[in-house]
Design a protein around this ligand. Structure first.
Ligand SMILES: [Zn+2]
Length: 311
């Protein structure tokens, strides 16, 4: 009898010790996993770090959104437009995901954060709710929440991703804001290959080094030319010096645009035109080596680089 009781006591003691050991192990495993989850899933950064460093921004967003992001190292001869096109979206997505950018020119080895799909980052302010952000970007609140699916407390976030939207101008840095304002001012008079840029060049006919007052866009003769912005036609003539047949438009805000080497004029002096309205057909009149449109932008009488506006 005594023997049996003793045996049972030993067995129960062994079980208790075993249970105790198992519990300690389970606890330590849970603790380890929790620690690793917190470390891997929610890296914490300051806003400055996130703005400066594309890789940190990538880690931050990968743990909070259901969107994949890659860091792209700019290669030789790459530009913003080409990179954006490769990914199936516009330059606005690249600009909208890279708050470190101060200009739309990129340099070799610059690191750009690129999402798998179009959209932009939004820097969260203290008073923001999902509803206020959704309203600002005219997007469905549920879509916004689902995209940022692992964000539990919006007030603690620095950036959220807004899918399918262009960056809001007021969220950009000052330098980019200025460029966005210029971009809205003019549209391209026609689509074509840029064959000569603004600035110093060797003239194709005279061979002299001179300043080119605008840009040349190579297009077939007869291509439709549109007004770059709203304005009034102040010159429409077949004899405008080396421009040959040309149209000048005064935009009434200090800016005047010139369209040269035309083949046919479709407006008259004094006529009001709207941005995008067809004003002429391109050609090769005046001092020209082949069919192209010469396009000049003047601000208060001084030539400025049209590519500041057309991008
Ligand atoms: Zn030219």
């Amino acid at each position: 009898m005594k023997n049996i009781v003793f045996r049972w006591i030993i067995i129960l003691l062994c079980l208790a010790v075993a249970l105790f050991i198992v519990q300690i192990r389970v606890n330590s495993i849970i603790k380890k996993n929790l620690n690793s989850v917190i470390k891997v899933e929610f890296p914490q950064y300051t806003k400055e770090e996130l703005v400066k460093d594309s890789e940190k921004r990538q880690k931050y967003l990968l743990t909070r959104t259901n969107v994949k992001f890659e860091v792209h190292k700019v290669k030789m001869k790459e530009n913003l437009w080409g990179i954006a096109k490769q990914h199936g979206y516009s330059v606005h997505t690249v600009i909208g995901c890279n708050p470190q950018m101060k200009t739309y020119h990129v340099n070799v080895n610059d690191k750009l954060l690129l999402p798998e799909t179009g959209g932009c980052l939004y820097p969260v302010s203290p008073n923001d709710t999902w509803a206020t952000i959704a309203e600002k970007y005219d997007i469905d609140e549920e879509t916004l929440k689902n995209t940022n699916c692992r964000v539990t407390d919006l007030s603690k976030e620095i950036f959220v991703f807004v899918p399918g939207k262009k960056p809001a101008v007021d969220t950009l840095n000052e330098s980019m804001q200025e460029k966005y304002a210029l971009r809205d001012m003019f549209r391209s008079p026609l689509a074509g290959r840029l064959s000569s840029t603004f600035g110093t060049r060797r003239h194709p006919i005279t061979g002299k080094v001179s300043k080119h007052g605008g840009i040349d866009i190579a297009v077939k003769s007869g291509s439709l030319v549109a007004a770059a912005a709203d304005g009034v036609v102040i010159v429409a003539s077949t004899d405008v010096g080396h421009y040959g047949t040309a149209v000048f438009i005064d935009h009434r805000n200090g800016y005047v645009t010139h369209y040269g080497h035309l083949s046919k004029i479709l407006v008259r002096v004094g006529q009001k035109v709207k941005m995008g309205q067809i004003i002429a057909r391109s050609g090769s009149t005046g001092r020209s080596t082949g069919p192209h449109l010469h396009f000049t932008v003047k601000k208060n009488g001084v030539g400025v680089d049209p590519l500041k506006f057309l991008w």
